[in-house]
Each structure stands twice: as C-alpha cells, then as structure tokens.
Design a protein around this ligand. Sequence first.
Ligand SMILES: [Fe+2]
Ligand SMILES: [Fe+2]
Length: 181
Amino acid sequence: MPNAIEMLREDHNKVKELFEEFEHAEEEQAKEQIVENTVRELEVHAALEEEIFYPAAEEQVDEKESIDEAREEHHVVKLLIGELKKMSAEDERYDAKYKVLSESVKHHIEEEESELFPQLEGKLDAEELGAQMETRKQELQRQPHKRSGARGAKSKNRTRRRKGRQSAAKKARRKATGVRR
Ligand SMILES: [Fe+2]
Ligand SMILES: [Fe+2]
C-alpha cells in the first residue's frame, strides 16, 4: 500500500531532479522537454495535494495557516507555469522564468517536508490516503496534457521572431534537428 507522505516526497524528489537536469541542458528542444515534464509533474502533484492531501491535513493540524500558505504558494507556481507555457526556449527570459519557478517550488517543498509532514506523521491514515491519491494520480495521468493556447501563441511568437532575427547558427541548428521553417 502506498503511503501518502512517501508518495509526495517521491514526487518532490522527481521534480528536483528535473530542475537539476535543466541546469545542464543546452539545446532548446531538450529544455522544452524538461519544462513540459516539470509542468506535468507539478500539475498532477498539486491536484493530489489540493484535492486529497491538504483537506485531510486540515483536519489534523492546529494551525491551518500553514496550509493556507501552501495553497497560496501553489497559486503563485501556477501563475508562473501559465507564463512558461506561453513561452518557448528561444525567449530571452525562458531560463530565468524556469529558475524562478524552480526556486519557488523548492522553497515550498522545503516547508512541506520540514514543517507540514512532521506534524502529520502518525496522525493521518497515510495508507488509506495514499491509496486514494494513487487512484486519482492514475486518472490524472491518463488525461491528455492540456496545452491549448500555448502552442498557438508559441508558434505565432516564433514566426514573428524568426522574421526579425535569424542567425546563421540558429539556421544550422534547425537544419541539424530537422525543424523546417
Ligand atoms: Fe504543495
Ligand atoms: Fe508537495
């Protein structure tokens, strides 16, 4: 049986690995793939916490402020994700946007792991909750990844940018990766 807190910790580790991977990525395509994976992980994780874990935690902790704060942090992360989805790796501030996202998420993870989880250990029926979360997780993962709007905006931006500045290096790279203009 999955343990809810362990499941969440595993998700945290997975997303931290993606942040690390991004630091070493150089190709635009590789970066975009990492961003896509990160967004997918974060969206599923946030839904599990908001729908199942936080409500259960709220019944157990004395100070609900920490969970209100957690929900607000999720909100900020979602705003950043929304912005990132409209960007492409060609954008000047793409890396910076991802960096800020990763820093906010790391801060949030740190608080959950060092403050929230320890308060709940032993109080929650972590196995029962874990089973519920596992079922929901599978449902969420089966849902097609929503990227509506982002694609359209992305390709429009790309066309505009391409007309503006097209360096020889970029052309060569496009050729090498098989992207047609
Ligand atoms: Fe969270
Ligand atoms: Fe979390």
